[in-house]
Design a protein around this ligand. Sequence first.
Ligand code: AMP
Ligand code: MG
Length: 327
Amino acid sequence: MKTTYFSALELVAAAELIKHGELAAFPTETVYGLGADALNAIAVQKIFEAKGRPADNPLIVHVADVSQLALVARSIPVIAEKLMARFWPGPLTVVLPKRQEVSSFVTAGLDTVAVRFPSHPIAIELIRLAGTPLAAPSANRSGSPSATTWQAVADDLDGRIAGIIKGEPTSFGLESTVVDATCDPPRVLRPGGVTFEELKEVCDAIQPFSSGLFDQHTEGVNSPGLKYKHYQPRAKVVVFAAGSLESELQRAFDRLNQVHYIGVNLPANPLRFGSVMACCDVDEYATKLFDTFRKADTAGAKWVYCEAVAEVGIGVALMDRLRRASQ
Ligand code: AMP
Ligand code: MG
């Protein structure tokens, strides 16, 4: 399949692809999404083929305004309304009771559907022009680091999807926070762009994300995607506690040129590394993480050393991705 590339001024043409049941990748504020008409089961199946995504990993449905919710959700719990009023448009995905019209391919057979209203102007305009909610996972091959640039989408999916919109690199860089609003109290299923501290301001009873709940051996996993390998570059990811870098590096010391580094502190001898990404804060670290993984692979690095951060605010989502990448 020949992939067509669109500028931000050619969204009408990209939306035509979606209307014809094809896939188009588009920027959001979190990561690039791979969109299909959520109400077209055949189009949705193409997402799983293009990504090599396991069929039991459900997709997030993206809407361009709250009125489109009625197309996919059967009902909206009061707490979901409060969360949407506060965080939409933005990096919050809310799990709701599903309408029958939503293909079971979207929801992997679950009776619930995950919905998000992104804040990125290109995403919003594309959904509006397509005239339908878009089922959209991250636009990368399954298991790989999520795509935060259109070039990363092209590296993974050129020739496998009909279109790619060439937007800017994404501003947040990690995926959305997923909250299950079908249970009382609601529960964080995946940490992401909206922090637990922010969610607590709206719903004091909300249950925090717990990684132990979702390991491979847990019965009745309620967010199936969490059991899969995720975010992994070919280089080995090593997460080290701040301050412990020198002892961590003993193993690789004679091959530091094959080590790429990312953290908020500069390592002692930065010039010996293949590449050093010293971020000014945890926000920038989150934004640059997946791109750092991809650049390490392009350069043929053997390791990516990642400095651990405190698990508060965005640090919770960042540490979750680092753990999964290093598993
Ligand atoms: P991705 O599209 O790769 O960002 O992953 C979507 C995430 O949303 C996965 O972790 C899924 O398990 C989760 N998800 C999607 N739909 C549902 C749902 N109906 N219930 C619970 N989690 C969901
Ligand atoms: Mg993904």
